[in-house]
Ligand binder design. Sequence first.
Ligand SMILES: Nc1nc2c(c(=O)[nH]1)N[C@H]1C(S)=C(S)[C@@H](COP(=O)(O)OP(=O)(O)OC[C@H]3O[C@@H](n4cnc5c(=O)[nH]c(N)nc54)[C@H](O)[C@@H]3O)O[C@H]1N2
Ligand SMILES: Nc1nc2c(c(=O)[nH]1)N[C@H]1C(S)=C(S)[C@@H](COP(=O)(O)OP(=O)(O)OC[C@H]3O[C@@H](n4cnc5c(=O)[nH]c(N)nc54)[C@H](O)[C@@H]3O)O[C@H]1N2
Ligand code: SF4
Ligand SMILES: [Mo]
Length: 747
Amino acid sequence: MSVVQQIPTMCLNCSTVCGMVAKVKDGRILKLEGNPKDPNSRGKLCAKGQAAINMVEDPERMLYPLRRKGPRGSGDWERITWKEALDTLATRLRPLRQEQRPEELVVLYGRDRTNGFLERFTDAFGTPHRLGHRGLCSLNKRMTIRAALGDADWDTPDLEHTRFILNFGSNFYEAHQGHVGMLQRAAKAKRDGARLITFDVRLSNTAAQSDQWIPLFPGTDGIVALAIGHVILRENLQDIEFLEDWTNATLEEWRQHYSVYTPEWAERESGVSAELLTSLAREFASQAPRALTLTNRGAHAHENGFHNEWAILCLNALVGSLGKKGGCCWIRGDVNDTVPQPGPLPPKPKARTELSHPSVFPYVNQLYPKAVSSTIFPYIAEGKAKVDTLLSYYVNAPMSWPEGPTFVKQTLLDEEKIPFHVVIDAFYSEMAEVADLILPDATFLEKWDLDARNSFAFKPYVGLRQPVVPPPGECRDIRETLIDLAHRIDEDMAEYFPFESAEHFVRVWAAPVPGGLEGLKAEGMWTSESASVPYEPYLTETAYTLGDPNISVDEDGLAYLRGEDGNWSVVGRVWKGKIVKGFSTSDRRFQCKLTIPERDGEIWPTYHPIRSHQDLNEEDFVLTTFKWNVHTQSRTANQAWLTEIVGDNPCWIHPRTAKAYGIQAGKEFRITSKTGELVVKAHLTEAIHPRVLAISASFGHWQYGKTAQGKGVNPNGLIPDWTDPIGGGQAWNDTVVRIDMVAEAAE
Ligand SMILES: Nc1nc2c(c(=O)[nH]1)N[C@H]1C(S)=C(S)[C@@H](COP(=O)(O)OP(=O)(O)OC[C@H]3O[C@@H](n4cnc5c(=O)[nH]c(N)nc54)[C@H](O)[C@@H]3O)O[C@H]1N2
Ligand SMILES: Nc1nc2c(c(=O)[nH]1)N[C@H]1C(S)=C(S)[C@@H](COP(=O)(O)OP(=O)(O)OC[C@H]3O[C@@H](n4cnc5c(=O)[nH]c(N)nc54)[C@H](O)[C@@H]3O)O[C@H]1N2
Ligand code: SF4
Ligand SMILES: [Mo]
């Protein structure tokens, strides 16, 4: 009699990477459940995680390597062997190295979570072009946190212990990176009496679970935050000690900068009443330090996103809740911080190109190189970068890039600009459609990884992703594909891939984890109990003492150590007679002022109105696109259990707006923008700002299998490629659209 095996692994139906246990019988997955040993998700899985069985069993999986027969994009393919496929690719790539032009290999990746393996490949190859989707996703926020705090590029709010949450455009009950860990802690805090206030242009499921939903005009989160700061300072509610000791300005300077941002000005811009903003400021300060802000793409996916994020982060500094219990905290979350990549590691390519370091984004190049995404396709199209081969992995640019179905798809079809395109995918995606060679990947339930993310338990941990069923057909784990490819390219590359299989690689990588790979195979997770991160990490004492002849302190309290070469380097700040670590910034304090290459002099968080919103007419609206709890951007649309829950994306429109245009519920209408037009179905709802139209992402596939096709619309043709000039993030939520006409009634 066959038994049911319980195999721990990690979900990857989105990038939250929850610990999971697969119940498997006779080589089939019966059920996917949460792994209670995951300190972050604590045994919970969302609907997407549970539905991942649909992904594994998708009858339209690509099972064999395919080579294009007809013109690119024609859909005419022939099956080839792995040997032919990898030999073709190696033969194409080898000369790029031999002829010293390795940068002509461009690797584009999405939310792949190979956590360093793809980088090993591009580094060993010698190309600086390992380019991702970060600029489409979270770059403005990460830039702000890195610039102002320095220690991390992401916040980990201490939701469990908080009393008050001011949420600016994070939909953490259904999206946000890490929401399964977040929302259960926020829900507990709410049960314990905490209040949650959500600013959103739409009544998201998070707004619906909040004590108050405050609709605001798009792109105005920054001035709302600045006005809340204004009230805090005007009414003397700030944490003076924190400001004076741990920010790089005096209270007087803070007061001066914030004096112009009156709640009345914020009301005129955002539509949120001055009275409400004043009372929120008082409540936020009165609950501090157990008060925090939350943000995500609602606040930062704008051309002023960097400043918005910064203004919001500064609220935590103002009331002294940075790094405090129940406040705005942070912890590094990369698995490589806990278990470093095994050697031998290739050197980092030194070349910098316009594609890897676009010169119009000097601050991004300084703080977060290779992260601007919106320049990739325009620069390739304009010939600013010479491409020989594009290798795409886990990314569906024609679906999910701005102008994806139009300009991006056309660029991908251009065989002069992109002579060869190889796609590693598990499904026949819109990216695979425009490939020359397709290599079938194993899905996450069939492959190996170590993974982790910033933990809301504030404990570093390591999780294992292991195959719970074998890959079907000839599908292969990408690690094995890349090991094999490296060995076929040349001996020098092979040197960095001394691994027999993906399992062998992960075994070597996991060796430093207590119990090693075998321990992880049994438990799925290892959590470090000793290294739990304390509150106030900036007060951590260093090993240096005042009076040491090799230590010198300047008039500003910065402590320097004289190295063996005689040079002095900053090691901390003097605080209450000790040398403490401080923040990882140039002067070891939180930065409310910054010097950036784009501007002369110092800048503070400032309100920059969205330029295209300045002279909107009556008939102009702002388009928002958003994520549902049961879908990921483009990978879940073929998972039938999920499309049964949400299988369409009509356009949210306020009934007053609809009435003015004669649009009825369920009927079609046309919207246009400067880059495209789209016919959508109307979803009439008061749960949206009257000046906003909202369409969810995840639909409108024209490939990706029968379940995905024919459902909803893809709004990305409407959304121009437009970027925050400082943060480098795509301004998704600024798009101006018009209601053009009322089309024929839908069926
Ligand atoms: N279910 C699900 N979860 C996911 C993902 C997924 O695809 N699906 N993807 C993961 C990834 S990669 C990401 S980046 C995160 C994104 O996570 P979030 O940023 O939390 O989600 P979004 O839906 O992109 O945007 C959040 C909200 O911003 C609102 N909004 C739009 N404009 C404004 C504005 O001007 N001001 C304010 N205050 N709000 C505004 C939208 O209505 C929306 O509700 O989610 C992660 N988790
Ligand atoms: N309009 C609009 N556009 C957006 C957003 C939005 O909110 N609105 N959000 C943006 C954000 S935040 C992000 S992060 C991006 C994400 O955009 P994408 O990176 O395109 O989205 P994913 O859902 O991660 O799916 C990527 C692709 O990975 C492939 N895939 C799925 N499973 C596997 C597998 O097992 N192996 C391999 N090799 N490939 C697989 C599939 O082709 C899938 O389409 O989209 C951005 N685009
Ligand atoms: S949030 Fe859901 S889809 Fe994302 S990793 Fe966790 S269970 Fe999987
Ligand atoms: Mo994202």
